[in-house]
Design a protein around this ligand. Structure first.
Ligand SMILES: [Mn+2]
Length: 358
């Protein structure tokens, strides 16, 4: 297991590589190239430079989060073949700089949704929060405004401005698409890219839907164990895997997260884990809490034990954190609370190792 942190290059992050290097036990970052338009090839020279910058700070760049998928691929349009070709060229370039794991998602139009990016918690910290009725009241274009205006000057992954223009038309398009059609488009993509993953030794890791229930009539696909099983069967290669995000899946109280972590780690299909905790006010209303078990609804010891006993050998990152100690940073991605989370998770991992042995 390797503990990493998500990091945004080219000055688009308040957190520096030097700070991350000083968090005990953190060996690398999940990096990205947000300035490349979705559907275009990630240039090898830029990736080489980025790897040198990260390596120069004493950290590894073995995980990329995310290479976004062009909407034409999700829609199954004839133009998808060109975008898939570009995706494969990007994978070849990532392989050339030693990337081992590629996180992506296949969610239509909206990557993730919250009603607030700075909801005040009792202890004076703020966190991302979700209130179902508020999210339903906002149409996606309005929600885009919320996501954009509260991001304190940093880009929000998944809410890139270029995506917003086409949003209304895209929403319309998906209303007519059946879930099976959407699954077929996913299989088409997987069957095309998995051979490139095998060739480059890059484990593909799809991120679950966030939240894991339907919104605005859009097809939602990866939200529970049954859907994950169906997804992994679409292409049986061990390179077709999952980013097991405990916060996304854990938003649904029907999901048994320790059991999910154990089942899919045992199957060897979890190259990447996002671990965070949630505090529910009702089945569809929650705040993102501190990582500690007692702060939320997930039993983190049991969650981490599920990974450990399942033989998990991938990358873990403490997912979003709260904003604490007056920090000004991209919502969810401050330094302090994620650093605390990483130490807690490493502590659980060490204890499990000593108790259970490996
Ligand atoms: Mn996540």
């Amino acid at each position: 297991m390797k503990m990493i942190l998500r990091w945004f290059p080219f000055g688009d992050d308040s957190v520096t590589l030097e700070q991350i290097r000083q968090i005990p036990g953190v060996s690398g970052v999940a990096a990205c190239l947000p300035e490349v338009p979705v559907g275009e090839v990630w240039p090898l020279e830029t990736l080489t430079g980025l790897k040198e910058e990260i390596g120069g700070a004493g950290l590894e760049m073995e995980v990329i989060e995310s290479v976004n998928i062009h909407e034409d691929i999700k829609k199954g349009l004839p133009s998808r073949d060109r975008y898939i070709e570009n995706y494969i060229k990007t994978m070849d370039n990532l392989g050339a700089v030693g990337v081992k794991c590629l996180c992506y998602n296949f969610m239509p139009v909206i990557d993730w949704a919250r009603s607030s990016l700075a909801f005040p918690l009792e202890d004076g910290s703020t966190a991302l929060s979700y209130r179902h009725s508020e999210v339903l009241e906002m149409n996606p274009v309005k929600i885009a405004g919320v996501m954009d205006s509260k991001a304190v000057g940093y880009s929000l992954p998944g809410w890139e401005p270029e995506r917003m223009g086409a949003m209304a038309g895209d929403m319309e398009f998906y209303q007519k698409m059946s879930p099976d059609e959407y699954w077929n488009n996913m299989k088409y993509f997987l069957d095309a890219v998995i051979p490139a993953a095998v060739k480059n030794d890059i484990r593909m890791a799809i991120h679950p839907d966030d939240p894991p229930w339907q919104l605005y009539g859009l097809p939602k696909v990866i939200g529970n164990a049954e859907n994950i099983r169906r997804f992994l069967k679409l292409n049986d290669s061990p390179y077709n895997g999952l980013t097991l995000c405990t916060g996304s899946l854990g938003a649904s109280l029907d999901n048994d997260i320790p059991a999910i972590a154990r089942e899919f780690s045992s199957a060897g299909r979890v190259p990447f884990a996002h671990i965070r905790n949630l505090h529910h006010h009702s089945p569809k209303d929650f705040d993102e809490s501190a990582h500690l078990s007692r702060c939320g609804d997930l039993d983190m010891f049991e969650v981490v034990r599920g990974f450990y006993e399942g033989g998990f050998d991938g990358y873990i990152r403490p997912d979003h954190g709260r904003m604490i100690w007056g920090e000004k940073a991209r919502p969810g991605y401050g330094l302090y609370d994620r650093a605390l989370g990483s130490q807690y998770l490493l502590g659980l991992w060490e204890a499990l190792g000593k108790l259970l042995g490996r």
